[in-house]
Design a protein around this ligand. Structure first.
Ligand code: SF4
Ligand code: SF4
Length: 795
């Protein structure tokens, strides 16, 4: 039965350089062995370098992860054999520029001791994500050239269904035979890897392995291994550079990957056959990527061959096994003669993408003759597999016209070197393109950095401006609000003040309402007691109440003194008012302290049992004790207060006695006479009390005159604060010979005067947007409280 021959397509351009592959195919794959030291770059792939997870001095086992992938596009690194980490440092790495990079250095111990590992018996039992994760954990990156992390490439999107899976077995570059010998010797592993990839990718149409027809042994081996799998081996005519991903896709399917696009965009996934083998070993045996097949060839090596090489093995270690003669070598090349680059040092290690080390003789790779002027022959354009215009790109590269280079699809150039190969003027065209690409990438990175810096700077500037604008808006709002209130005050003098003052009053009330200050409770109790709303308090309760009142008075005194000190610093009319407040508060505090002392004295002098057994007797005892104390050290004011209270109380008792007498008379009660006697006695007590009060007031009036004179003298001193205090004292002393009504009237006049002055200050503060407006409103509210209280007392 005849087999249908699959149609293949041709690509534009291409060349047919001498293949020189047979030299390294004379012997089978040989294990390169374990070098004394392995050097493992952290960046053996495209993407972010791996991050070390071991420390210097750690012993590591074969297959142990020593650096983990850092980010999505990255690949981890594993120890290729057992040994000790001797350094994590910068070493020469394989790179066209001869640069150095971060490496983990392992001193091998020769034991080749594996980390415990295992694979899965049936990869079909794993989901796509589980398979991809194992590929990621194994650190597999494309082994055919660029080293793109395989896990990323296999993470296809559902909205881009894959039709064709292609395995690349082309290996079109001269001299290199790593894939060819892999196909010859390990075709079954390639097919097993292809089946895993097919299960993972699930191509809807086909799985193909493309191989140039210059590898008949490899093609035969693959065809045999693929029997019954449905995987199709597709040979096609040899031409360089058929091995480029886009070129192979075009050859096998006739489809072209759009410029700047990916194979997945047209329903195709492409993997290298070496990568397929690595995936097979990772899934079925749990082995990470720690070795690869590398061709060591060239006439400077007497024993060219393919080695299975542990990653990190220095090139020199392989050359030593290959009969390398340095003197016969014109230059060492990493890769092939078309796309490879010159190695600066044989200490550089083999990495995941190292498919060949070429050690050519002068005859094989003679120095290029001097470049001549372009003769515009157009041969370069004919050879280009990407249908670019190499000649024009050459001129733009020389003129560093990067925009025009990009317009001419410079980044579609696969750097195959075909144009250089055919150029009759020996112009190293591909080197111009590589250099231009590097310059453009650097410029792009610089531009991105500059843009980010600019964005950060602009964001910071905008933030600062925003903050400043918000502050300014708040300032303007406060000023406007003050102006509005001032304007309202002009049109309605009372309203704005009233609003502000009312708000202050409400705040004050709220403050009082939720005050947990026990002094408030004590004051309330005292007021209730005065109003006759509570029963006689016990001695202990009174002691507590007085102590609380003293504590409260002390706090108020401290506050008043602070305000006075502040007023003294700032100057102004309020000094006098604060001085008065200090004096008043001092007086109250002294009175409370005295009351507490008297109360405690009476409590201790009265026998407890007597007090308990006969309350009347106890009250008499307390009164006597109080009177004794009063005669000893009672102040003028206290005495005035006491006598005034006595007069008021006796008047009440007299009124009550007279009411009882009147009722008794109406009812012809037998006790009318007794009630009349009670009225007479009470009237007599009232007269005595009034007399005593009058004598006392007369006595302290004389003292007040003396005090006023002394205060006036002092007021002329240089200290305005002291003068204010003395004036306040004098005014207070002068009040002592006034009637209660006169005192109240004077107090009302003073308060109204202070309120008026404070309101003027409030208006000024509102106009200027001064923050003191609120404080002044509070002051007015308090003054109005006092004014209302005084007016109420005056009736
Ligand atoms: S092949 Fe060389 S000489 Fe000919 S056009 Fe291209 S660059 Fe010029
Ligand atoms: S190196 Fe670039 S420009 Fe030259 S032939 Fe290859 S793809 Fe074309």
């Amino acid at each position: 039965m005849s087999q249908l021959i699959r149609k293949v397509w041709d690509i534009h351009g291409g060349i047919h350089p001498a293949e020189n592959k047979q030299q390294s195919l004379q012997s089978p794959i040989q294990a390169a062995g374990i070098p004394p030291q392995l050097i493992l770059p952290l960046a053996q792939h495209i993407g972010a370098p791996a991050s070390p997870i071991i420390s210097v001095g750690d012993r590591v086992l074969k297959g142990q992860m020593i650096a983990e992938a850092k980010g999505f596009v990255s690949a981890s690194v594993h120890a290729p054999t057992s040994g000790t980490v001797s350094a994590i440092e910068s070493r020469l790495i394989p790179h066209p520029s001869g640069m150095s990079g971060a490496c983990i250095v392992i001193d091998t111990d020769g034991q080749d001791e594996w980390l415990k590992h295992s694979g899965v018996e049936d990869f079909r039992s794993l989901s796509k994500m589980e398979l991809i994760d194992r590929v990621r954990q194994a650190g597999i990156a494309g082994m055919g050239g660029a080293g793109f992390p395989s896990a990323v490439k296999l993470s296809t999107r559902d909205d881009k269904p894959i039709e064709t899976l292609i395995l690349n077995g082309t290996e079109c570059e001269p001299y290199i035979t790593a894939d060819d010998i892999l196909m010859r010797e390990r075709a079954a592993e390639i097919i097993a890897g292809a089946e895993i990839l097919r299960h993972l990718i699930k191509p809807s149409k086909e799985t193909l392995i493309g191989v140039e027809d210059n590898k008949p042994e490899g093609i035969a081996a693959l065809q045999k291994a693929a029997e019954g799998t449905g995987i199709e081996i597709v040979p096609f005519p040899t031409k360089y550079p058929s091995g480029g991903e886009k070129q192979l896709i075009q050859i096998l399917t006739g489809k072209e990957v759009p410029a700047g696009g990916l194979p997945a965009d047209i329903g195709i996934v492409c993997q290298n056959i070496g990568t397929a083998t690595a995936i097979y070993r990772a899934i079925c045996f749990g082995e990470p990527l720690i070795s690869r097949i590398t061709t060591i060839t060239g006439e400077a090596c007497s024993q060219p061959r393919n080695y299975e090489v542990l990653l990190g093995t220095p090139v020199q270690f392989l050359l030593d096994q290959s009969g390398f003669k340095k003197d016969d070598c014109i230059r060492l090349v990493m890769g092939g003669p078309m796309m490879g680059y010159t190695l600066q040092d044989t200490a550089v290690p083999i990495v995941k993408t190292s498919n060949c080390v070429l050690a050519p003789s002068v005859a094989e790779l003679p120095p290029p003759p001097p470049a001549q002027a372009c003769i515009r022959c157009g041969m370069c354009a004919e050879a280009c597999p990407v249908s670019l215009l190499p000649q024009q790109m050459y001129w733009f590269a020389r003129a560093q016209e990067h925009e025009k280079l990009e317009d001419h699809q410079l980044f579609d150039c696969i750097e195959c070197g075909a144009c250089s190969y055919v150029c009759p003027s020996n112009i190293p065209l591909v080197q111009y393109y590589r250099a231009s690409k590097a310059e453009i990438r650097q410029a792009q990175q610089d531009k991105i950095k500059a843009e980010r810096s600019k964005e950060r700077f602009e964001a910071r500037t905008a933030r600062l401006e925003q903050e400043e604008a918000e502050k300014e808006a708040k300032r303007a709002a406060r000023l406007q609000a003050a102006k509005d209130k001032a304007a309202a005050a002009v049109s309605n003098p009372d309203s704005s003040k009233t609003d502000l003052i009312q708000a202050a009053i409400e705040r004050s009330k709220a403050k009082k309402a939720d005050a947990a200050d026990p002094a408030h409770d004590a004051i309330a109790r005292a007021q209730a007691k005065r109003d006759g709303k509570v029963e006689e308090e016990t001695p202990a309760a009174k002691t507590e109440r007085l102590q609380l009142l003293i504590a409260s008075a002390e706090r108020r005194l401290t506050s008043a003194r602070e305000k006075l000190a502040l007023a003294k610093e700032q100057g102004g009319e309020s000094v006098e008012a604060f001085a008065t407040a200090v004096i008043k508060t001092e007086d109250k505090l002294i009175a409370l302290q005295k009351e507490l002392a008297e109360h405690q004295a009476s409590s201790t002098s009265a026998p407890a049992d007597t007090d308990a057994a006969d309350p009347a007797q106890a009250a008499i005892a307390r009164a006597m004790a109080k009177r004794a104390g009063a005669s000893a050290d009672e102040s003028d004011e206290d005495k005035t207060q006491r006598l005034q209270n006595l007069v008021a109380t006796t008047e009440k008792r007299l009124a009550a006695a007279q009411q009882k007498q009147s009722i008794a008379q109406e009812q012809n009660d037998a006790n009318v006479a007794a009630f009349a006697t009670g009225v007479e006695k009470t009237q007599s007590k009232l007269d005595n009390a009034k007399q005593e009060l009058a004598e006392h007031l007369a006595q302290i009036s004389t003292k007040a005159i003396t005090t006023e004179a002394a205060s006036a003298e002092q007021a002329s001193s240089d200290d305005p604060v002291q003068a204010a205090i003395e004036r306040a004292k004098a005014a207070r002393a002068a009040q002592t010979d006034m009637s209660e009504d006169d005192k109240l009237k004077q107090s009302i006049a003073s308060l109204e005067n202070r309120i008026a002055r404070t309101q003027e200050k409030l208006s000024a503060a509102q106009e200027s947007g001064d923050d003191k407006a609120e404080i002044l409103a509070d002051s007015i509210a308090k003054l109005q409280d006092k004014l209302a209280s005084a007016k109420q007392q005056l009736g």
